[in-house]
Design a protein around this ligand. Structure first.
Ligand SMILES: [Fe+2]
Length: 167
């Protein structure tokens, strides 16, 4: 069933109001899996003419943001966390290979931490995955891809630490 961005945002908000913890996020993740296969919603907000990163909605009360991403070519992101925030990645089209990392040496204010690759998995179109506070990950795409991402609180993400990958 077609959904509008406004209704989707309100459903997310309700879920997070009911439970801001893991259970609420799991509800949001499932809602996102519905949204990424909604062809009308995607046509309207994630067309090929959309920018690589587009804030579709930001909630004034709770702080969460819904972002659209349209990547036209292969792209790799460095290992990162989202500080004291969380993020849910929903794949619309193409696929994202998600690397996850374990900490070898913690990061400090002055120095980036060191991380080692723990594993990789594919985020296929139509699926969504949650990354909780402090989980270190790095998405890469070998070709064009579209995603909708929900960030718990982008202002908290400013506290994200820096990480360097080692073998
Ligand atoms: Fe991320």
């Amino acid at each position: 069933m077609a959904i509008t961005l406004e209704i989707f945002a309100q459903q997310v908000k309700q879920a997070l109001l009911s439970d801001p913890g893991p259970a609420g996020r799991e509800t949001v993740r499932k809602l996102l899996e519905q949204a990424v296969i909604d062809s009308e919603l995607i046509k309207q907000h994630l067309g090929n003419d959309q920018p690589q990163r587009n804030v579709l909605y930001q909630d004034r009360d709770l702080g969460f943001a819904i972002l659209g991403h349209v990547f036209h070519e292969a792209r790799r992101t460095n290992p990162h966390d989202h500080g004291d925030s969380w993020a849910i990645y929903g794949q619309v089209s193409g696929e994202t290979i998600m690397d996850s990392w374990e900490i070898v040496e913690p990061a400090s204010e002055e120095q980036p931490g060191k991380v080692r690759l723990r594993g990789s998995s594919v985020l296929a179109s139509g699926s969504a995955r949650t990354y909780n506070e402090g989980e270190i990950h790095s998405p890469r795409r070998d070709g064009p891809a579209k995603l909708i991402r929900i960030e718990g609180n982008p202002s908290q993400a400013a506290q994200a630490k820096r990480w360097i990958a080692i073998d």
